[in-house]
Each structure stands twice: as C-alpha cells, then as structure tokens.
Design a protein around this ligand. Structure first.
Ligand code: BGC
Length: 753
C-alpha cells in the first residue's frame, strides 16, 4: 500500500509541477523534494488540506493547555489530521500512525510533536540553568540526547528551543529560556537547534533527529509586569535589538519550524501578525519551514478582540502566516467556510500544506511512516547510562556558586564533622526536574540527600537530618526538630527553593522571595550555626536577606534527573563550580525588569554619590542587581590582566584582536568564563551601557596563566539607526574583558573610523 501511494505521488509530480506557479519557497530548496510535495498536494481535496493544517493534542497522556475539542478522537481515528502532540510512547504513537495508514484516503503520515524542553526521559537542568554553563557544546549534546530519546518513542518534532529573552523574574517561563542576553541567547539557540536537528536538513532523514521549533515568536518574555500571556508593549528597536536576534540565529541554524507567541505587540497579537509571520520570516529571512500557533492561540484572537468569531480568527491567522493550528480545532472547523466566503484563498492553504508536507518528506516519513516506531529501540535508548553521565556533567556545569564566605564550600570529606541537613529540598525528588520535564519520572530524580549520602559514604562526615518546613505552607511544626538537629551539628547545610509548579507556564509570581516559612527557618537556624544554602528554583529569587545573612549560597536551579549526584560533586569539591548567571538577580521585586545592558539615561547615577538628587535611582535600594549577569564564583580565584588591543582604531572590513591574561591564583584547578563587553560611547541613537560580544571558557590549573584572544570587526559594532537601518557609525568605543557584567577592571578604548 505504501508503495502504491508513492507511485501515485511520483506520477502526480509530472502533472502538478507544470501548473504550480506557487510563490512557495521550500525549506530545503531541493527541487526533487519540492516536486514530491506538489505531487501530494495535487491529490488532495480542500478538506484533506485543511486537516493537514490541524494539530490536536492526543487528549491522552500529557496535558499542556486547556482541553481540546471533544471530537478529537474521531479525527484521530480518521487519520487525516496533520499532526498530533503529547503522545509519548511507541505504542500510542503507532496507534496514531496506523490510523493514517489504514483509515485515511491518502495515507499521509502524521507528524508527532512534543515539548522536549530539557530532556525527554533523562532530564537535564532546566534551560536557564544550562545557559549558566555558557557551554555551547554541552547544550548541543543535551539537545542531541533529548532528540535520541524522543525520536525513539516516535516523536518527530519538539517545541523547543524556547529562545525568548527574559528580564523579569516574575514571569514563570524565565526557567525555559537562556536568560536576559541576546548574544548569549542566540549562540545557545543555535547550539540547541543543531543538537535536535543535526547540522543541516539532510540530517533530518535520520531516525534520531527531530524538527526543532523556535518559540515563542516573538517578545513573549516582555509580558507586561511579568504576568504570563500579557501584552508586550515594546518599541521596534527593542524588538529588533533584544527579542528578535535569537529567532534570527535560529533561522541561521536551520530551524525547521517556529511557534507564534500568545502575546500581542503594540496592539497586534503575534498569531495574527502578518508582518512578523510572513514578511519578516518568509520574505526577509527567507525561512521555508512552517509556523505553528501556540496552544489554542487561533481561537484566542477572539478574546484579544481582533476577530469577531471563529471564521474571522482562522482567516486572520492563516492569512498572517500560521500554517498549523494547535489544539483548538478552529482551522478544521472553519477554514472551508472562510474559503467559501472569500476570506482565505485556497492558494494560501496550499502553501501552508506544502510547508508541512515538506517536513514530512524531509523526515523520511513518506518512505516509512513507522521509521521512528520501534519498541526495542525505545527500550534500549531511554535513560542510557551514558546519557545519565552527561546529565550529571550538565548539573555540575550549571550550578552557580553565589556566595562562599570563609570557604564554607566545599565540605571536606576528610574532616570529621557532623553536618546537619535541613530543609524541604534535602529529600525532595518531586520538584528537581522543574517544569516541562518531558516524560521524566519525578520520583526517579536523585535527591540531594541520596547524592550526599553516596558521595560521603566512606568519609569522616556524619549527617543528621530534619526537613524543618515544607516548600509552601506556613506551618512551623517542624522548626523545633530542625533546630535541635542543627544544634547537634558542626555546620548546617540547608536546601530550600520553590515547588516546581511555581515556575513554568502560567506561573507568574509577584513575590519572588523563598515561599512559605523557609526564610523564617533560616533566621532561626542562623542564631546557632553557620549556614550553607543550596537553592532549587526556577527563577532569580529575591535573596537579599539570604545574601546578607547566610555564609554560602549555591544556586542549583532545577537540575533534573541527576540533581543529587551533580550537586553533591560540587558540595564535596570533586567538581569546582564554573557556571555564571545568564540572568541578573534583583535585590528585590521592585527592581524588575532588570538587565545589565540597560541605557544610561540623561541622569545616570553618579557612582561617587549614588543618592545625589534628581538622578535615576531608587530611594530605598541601589540600582545594581544583587548578583549581576555573568557572575558566579569558583572555589579558586581568577584574575584577568594585561588587556591589549593590536590596534586602537578600526576601519570598515577590518578587525581588532584583543588579548588578555587569565590567571588561576587560588588553590583549586578551575574554569573561568571571561566575557567581552563593548560600549558605544556616542551614536546617533542611544546605546546600552555595555553589550556582550563574546566569551571564552578557560580551564586553568592552580597557578596557571593563559592568554585569551577575542577578535571583533566593525560588524560587531552595528546597530539600528533612527530609520531602523542596520549600520555602523564612526566613533569611540570602550571594551572590557570581564569576569561579569559588573566587572570593569580591565578596560580599553578604541575608535571606529
Ligand atoms: C505553550 C507552548 C507549548 C504548547 C504545547 C503552550 O501552552 O505556550 O510553549 O509548546 O503549549 O504544549
């Protein structure tokens, strides 16, 4: 039967390609594939085409949004719809593919999607945590493993990476992205896409690659007041300079699909924004893949108030460039009527269908719809030991040491001492994966307790334990026991944080302190003992009290499956922390949104006199964050020195080479992430006080010094002028090779001629 279909398709090529005349530009730019796509299209009725533009959640295994229509089961049985998501086993995915092969007229394979965000079965640190590793190869590798696992259960497409820049810790989805910076975010976007898809579209035909999806297009992270789904009222400049670059980087890395964002920008919901979805994506960027709506976002055009009913909302969405409608069933219910009423042309639908069919061809599904469906492979792939090893490496590289007074950490294995383990996250497994944790089984993640017990099993260290309180409630019933345990110990190690439900989608908070009575417990313990605090959470927290009062803080984020082992390695000093924040930690909620590359204003604070009147500051807090972007400590100390430029003046088409020395002057081997920041002093439009332009992660033995090199060209200095033209302008620049965005010790000047 499969062969028969293929023959029909190939015959179709001959007839259809002659009359095509479509303005469709394929993703692969491969003529043979374009012809195959057109040949299938030529066989399809309008109903069949519309079904291809429809995606339903399986209503079965995993729910990621409001419930789908009740007649989904009927559509799934008919086997005609284009895509299904949220089925995560070979068995169930096979049922879906069987329906298409056995019940549908054309036997077009179904595209199976899923949110493979930070791992599938093996769960890696949440994306923001991984971003703190600044290790692009690591992130490529973890996305690769996620693709290996997901593809082994029949998934062809992940709704990842999320490349939204996020600068507001109230927004629960900060956990899902790469933080606040467009340069770092763009590099990470590329790494993750290569991991999911492979190096180019030819790799898509392998059965262990999956389509990636850059989401949420665009400016979802700019949700006003950090409230999820809220409007993003940003300037065109901010859109181009801050929010679009990671999406453009995704295109350059060959991303196969985009997902439109829920939010509006300046009065236009992204789901109905033709400029973004068609003019920018397809025309300017020459993107040939397809765009999916977010979950029920087509229908939401009615609530936004830009479509009066379902028919109008589907017309607006597809005419704007939404090729596939996720979950609300509006295309399948209304598109035909919209065509009949002249609101949508069949050619528009044809182009959407072409884009979707092309991906099915590139994945090889027309050759073998079952190629991803192999129960043996599923069994042997999920959570392979080597995947778990990389998961542990990812934890070790993502954990940020925020404070370490008097070398509280590492806790020496050879010193006979009693360590009190206190806090609701010591034995917790449930929250360690964080949100969007795929098919990862929460009870299988290694708790900090288990990790520490294993790590210290042959050591001189003795542990005593009490939870003290839980993550969210006001109950202090456990305080007395926790204090008694603390008193017996030499030092106290506390693990606290947020329940995983407190970040992720629809999880915005107006208070970003440790929830419940956790801080109160810390205050009690502090009366007796030194505290080392390990945090498991999904967003930058307001840690002002903790930073001032506990001795040491490890930000472990949500580390995933290997949490306890990876964090125990850091605590014991078997691994020296090297991660640096990819997002600023505010002093308190009143500072957000806060980010390092802000503008200077006409009345910047005078550092010598920070409270001088009528300047841009707060009466009750500093402007600076508690912990800046790019900040993170190590058990050793590094210095950066001897910054040199090979020339101080740059002309167009030329380059400047910057060198600096990094020395490890402490007592551990370690890794430093040296960051290059640039400031354009005077330009025709205001420029940020500094912008990241590159970084180097350098490994140094104790006492070792290495020279690092950065190269910049005039292109690195370009920006959008008053007419939003991307240009370079002559002028003076400053640069820093720095240990964080707040470090200005190594500065140099140059000019662009
Ligand atoms: C989220 C997307 C996700 C989709 C499917 C939506 O609610 O915003 O990020 O991919 O659900 O689960």
């Amino acid at each position: 039967m499969k062969k028969l279909l293929l023959t029909t398709i190939l015959l179709g090529v001959i007839f259809y390609s002659c009359n095509s005349g479509s303005s469709w530009q394929s993703y692969s730019k491969d003529k043979a594939i374009e012809q195959k796509v057109d040949s299938v299209l030529a066989l399809m009725t309008l109903d069949e085409k519309i079904a291809q533009t429809t995606q339903f959640t399986s209503n079965g295994e995993i729910i990621t949004g409001p419930a789908s229509k009740s007649d989904v089961a009927k559509y799934l049985r008919e086997g005609t719809i284009g895509s299904v998501f949220n089925t995560v086993t070979v068995k169930n995915n096979k049922t879906i593919q069987d329906a298409a092969m056995q019940n549908s007229r054309l036997k077009i394979p179904v595209l199976i999607g899923f949110d493979v965000i930070h791992g599938f079965s093996t769960i890696f640190p949440m994306p923001l945590a991984e971003a703190c590793s600044w290790d692009l190869e690591l992130m490529r590798k973890t996305a690769r493993i996620a693709a290996e696992e997901a593809s082994s259960v029949g998934i062809h497409w992940t709704f990842a990476p999320m490349v939204d820049i996020a600068r507001d810790a109230r927004w629960g989805r900060v956990m899902e992205g790469s933080g606040e910076d467009a340069c770092l975010g763009s590099l990470i976007a590329k790494a993750r896409i290569k991991g999911f898809q492979g190096d180019d579209w030819q790799n898509l035909k392998e059965n262990n690659t999956i389509l990636a999806c850059a989401k949420h297009f665009v400016a979802y992270g700019a949700a006003e007041a950090g409230r999820d789904y809220n409007v993003a009222d940003i300037s065109e400049r901010t859109l181009y300079e801050t929010y679009l670059p990671p999406f453009k980087a995704a295109k350059d890395a060959g991303v196969a699909t985009y997902m439109a964002a829920f939010n509006e920008i300046a009065g236009i919901p992204c789901t109905g924004n033709k400029f973004l979805l068609t003019d920018l994506l397809h025309h300017d960027w020459q993107f040939g893949g397809f765009v999916v709506s977010d979950h029920t976002a087509v229908k939401e055009l009615i609530a936004h108030g830009v479509a009066k009913g379902e028919k109008e909302s589907v017309a607006l969405a597809i005419n704007s460039g939404i090729d596939m409608d996720m979950a609300d069933g509006l295309y399948i219910g209304n598109l035909k009527k919209a065509v009949e009423d002249g609101l949508v042309s069949e050619k528009t639908i044809d182009n959407s269908v072409r884009r979707i069919l092309e991906m099915k061809f590139l994945l090889g599904l027309f050759d073998d719809p079952y190629k991803y469906l192999d129960e043996e492979r599923e069994k042997s792939t999920l959570m392979k030991p080597e995947f778990l090893e990389i998961a542990k490496e990812a934890v070790r590289k993502s954990v940020v040491l925020l404070k370490n007074d008097n070398s509280y950490f590492p806790i020496d294995k050879n010193k006979a001492q009693t360590v009190a383990l206190i806090g609701p996250m010591i034995k917790n497994r449930n929250s360690l994966n964080g949100e969007w944790a795929g098919r990862g089984r929460r009870n299988e993640s290694v708790s900090l307790f288990d990790g520490l017990v294993e790590k210290y099993k042959d050591s001189e260290v003795k542990f005593v334990y009490a939870a003290g309180c839980d993550l969210t409630t006001d109950s202090k019933a456990g305080f007395a026991q926790a204090l008694s345990v603390a008193r017996q110990a030499d030092i106290v190690l506390v693990a606290m944080g947020e329940d995983f439900n407190l970040s992720g989608e629809a999880a915005s908070r107006t208070d970003i302190k440790l929830p419940g009575v956790q801080q109160e417990l810390l205050k009690e313990i502090k009366k007796y003992k030194k505290i080392g605090l390990v945090l498991f959470n999904g967003r930058p927290l307001d840690l002002s009290w903790e930073a001032a009062n506990v001795d040491a803080i490890i930000e472990a984020w949500y580390p995933g499956t290997m949490a306890g082992h990876g964090v125990a390695d850091i605590i014991a000093g078997d691994c020296n922390p090297s991660a640096k924040l990819a997002i600023s930690f505010p002093r308190n909620i009143g500072q957000v949104p806060i980010y390092y590359n802000h503008k200077n204003t006409g009345r910047p604070v005078d550092p010598a006199n920070p409270k001088a009147d009528y300047r841009s500051f707060y009466l009750d807090a500093d402007n600076s964050p508690l912990y800046p972007f790019g900040y993170g400590l190590s058990y050793t100390s590094f210095t950066i020195s001897n910054i040199k430029l090979d020339k101080n003046s740059l002309s167009k088409g030329n380059k400047i080479t910057i060198t600096a020395n990094i020395s490890n002057i402490g007592n551990f081997d370690g890794e430093e992430i040296a960051q290059l920041y640039i400031r354009d002093i005077t330009a025709s439009v205001t420029r940020p006080v500094k912008e990241l332009k590159g970084f180097k992660k350098v490994s140094l033995k104790q006492g070792e010094t290495k020279q690092i090199t950065f190269v910049i060209s005039d292109k690195d200095l370009a920006f959008y002028d008053v007419n939003m033209k991307y240009i370079t302008e002559p002028g003076s620049f400053k640069l820093w090779v720095a240990a964080s965005a707040a470090d200005e010790t190594n500065e140099a000047d140059f000019t662009l001629k």
